[in-house]
Ligand binder design. Structure first.
Ligand code: SAH
Length: 205
């Protein structure tokens, strides 16, 4: 049953404009219903965010697809994810072949996600803390993906990007943000505004 739901979800994502074959392929294989609270499994493949406790949500399938596509993950790349949440985006990045480092500020959410991902045999490095600081120990990163809406870009994140590295972050207030992609160059950054979306707020800046 979930297999068919996943297939339908991926067809919908393609219609919505997701073209990256690897992203579509891994989203067809990862069991998203295992990342939502018990009782909500039947809604896991709908195009919506679902509550995961502590006023946080698992992102829409389209949001995860769009962000994963935008950073163009290559095998072996080091990726920092800020806002582990359910761990679904973490799993997608792992499936795309990345080495994933993920930070979550709410201890219980981070622990639940780490437990879930480990039981599914994913390899990743996780920590509880404020992602605004980045993760200097493992920097630089090929990409940094921020899954909560921030009013401004935490400066540390730019500093922890490798040359040609990408930072994807929803910028804006609580009412809505613009998903923005920055690519680091020798003398600055290229900035592309992708879409208006609504994320839960980034806390700590
Ligand atoms: N991609 C995740 C999104 C979860 S929602 C998913 O699909 O499940 C965003 C998460 O970011 C929340 O769990 C929230 O607690 C976390 N968050 C917000 N501000 C943060 C910060 N400064 N550092 C780390 N995590 C943060």
């Amino acid at each position: 049953m979930y297999r068919l739901k996943r297939k339908n979800m991926v067809s919908r994502l393609a219609i919505m404009g997701i073209t990256n074959e690897s992203v579509l392929k891994v989203m067809e294989s990862v069991p998203r219903h295992l990342f939502v609270p018990m009782g909500l499994e039947h809604q896991a493949y709908d195009e919506k965010a679902l509550p995961i406790g502590f006023e946080q949500t698992i992102s829409h399938p389209y949001t995860v697809a769009l962000m994963s596509q935008a950073i163009n993950v290559e095998y072996g790349q080091k990726i920092l994810e800020i806002g582990t949440g359910s761990g679904y985006q973490t799993a997608i990045l792992c499936e795309l072949g990345a080495q994933v480092f993920t930070i979550e500020r709410i201890s219980q959410i981070g622990k639940n996600a780490a437990k879930r991902l480990s039981s599914m045999k994913y390899h990743f490095v996780a920590r509880i803390g404020n992602g605004a600081l980045g993760w200097q120990t493992y920097a630089p990163f090929d990409s940094i993906i921020v899954t909560a809406g921030a009013p401004v870009i935490p400066e540390n994140l730019f500093n922890q990007l490798s040359m040609n590295g990408k930072l994807i972050i929803p910028i804006g207030g609580k009412e809505g943000q613009i998903l923005t992609l920055y690519t680091k160059h020798e003398n600055g950054y290229k900035k592309i505004e992708l879409e208006s979306l609504k994320f839960v707020p980034f806390i700590g800046i």
